[in-house]
Design a protein around this ligand. Structure first.
Ligand SMILES: [Zn+2]
Ligand SMILES: [Zn+2]
Length: 133
């Protein structure tokens, strides 16, 4: 994990955002569609593995199914794989290009930008079916 200084282009607050190199992690990240919370799912959790067995690929259906299995964020929003990044102070959307411009993060050039965390969501009791297994 690396911390980077980032200045929000909207509210101009400077704070740390964390990046992870996705290649070394067993994590799938989903962002809340209405706040800056990022949910980090362990891809070896039984819920995740069972879902993968059912679909046998990470396609659109897998993604929608995964999203529908999760409890809503504490703000009431829904965790989505493709939700935009948001500022944790003003909650405005931040373009990935803006993050790339400000932070020096190698993995960001590849198709998957790695894991960028502006705000972290709790992972307890995130599955609709019960606790995280
Ligand atoms: Zn939220
Ligand atoms: Zn802001």
């Amino acid at each position: 994990m690396k911390k980077h200084d980032f200045t929000c282009p909207h509210c101009e607050k400077t704070y740390k955002i964390n990046t992870y190199h996705i290649g070394y992690s067993d994590i799938c990240e989903l962002r809340c569609d209405s706040c800056s919370a990022t949910l980090m799912l362990d891809i070896y959790s039984s819920n995740y593995l069972n879902l993968y067995k059912k679909h046998s690929s990470y396609d659109e259906k897998f993604v929608r199914d995964l999203e529908s299995m999760l409890n809503p964020c504490k703000c009431g929003g829904t965790f989505r794989l493709d939700a935009p990044y948001r500022c944790k102070y003003c909650n405005k959307q931040i373009e990935l290009a803006e993050i790339k411009r400000q932070i020096d993060f190698v993995g960001i050039e590849s198709g998957r930008p790695g894991l960028i965390i502006t705000g972290k969501a709790p992972t307890k009791n995130i599955w609709r079916s019960g606790g995280m297994k």
